[in-house]
Write a protein that binds this ligand. Sequence first.
Ligand SMILES: [Zn+2]
Ligand SMILES: [Zn+2]
Length: 76
Amino acid sequence: MNGPGAGFGLKCPKCNITIDVIATVGSDPQRCPNCGCNMVPNTQAKISAKVTCKRCNSSFGLINSDKCPICGEFFE
Ligand SMILES: [Zn+2]
Ligand SMILES: [Zn+2]
């Protein structure tokens, strides 16, 4: 269900904070801004990128949700 996604949806395994969107710099591992350890993909992240709502036709480049904020339709 969750495909690989670089640059967003990261979680720190140590202090458990999550980052929805992070700027990627080369191939460096993303580090936690709090404790500095390597972030891991957050499998619980509800992030949708480049989606268009099939109900109300609104488009979003990156949204911190798995459903349309306008009409509430879930993205596929
Ligand atoms: Zn941390
Ligand atoms: Zn919608």
